[in-house]
Design a protein around this ligand. Structure first.
Ligand code: SF4
Ligand code: SF4
Length: 54
């Protein structure tokens, strides 16, 4: 998963990640705990999270 430059660090996505994989320091970053479940994607009001290509 990728967080793009649209992220304003609001922290909303953090709450919804079942794997506690998102941390926010100015901007959200996603750790290796991410299972790519996709839950966080619709909760970002700016559409800043998307799947990357593997
Ligand atoms: S894809 Fe799922 S596990 Fe990964 S950061 Fe988003 S909510 Fe968390
Ligand atoms: S919800 Fe979107 S804008 Fe807010 S911290 Fe998460 S990725 Fe950034």
């Amino acid at each position: 998963m990728i967080v793009n430059a649209e992220c304003v660090g609001c922290g909303q996505c953090v709450v919804f990640c079942p794997s506690e994989a998102i941390s926010v320091w100015g901007r959200a970053s996603i750790s290796d705990n991410c299972t790519r479940c996709g839950v966080c994607v619709p909760y970002c009001p700016l559409g800043a999270i998307r799947e990357d290509e593997v």
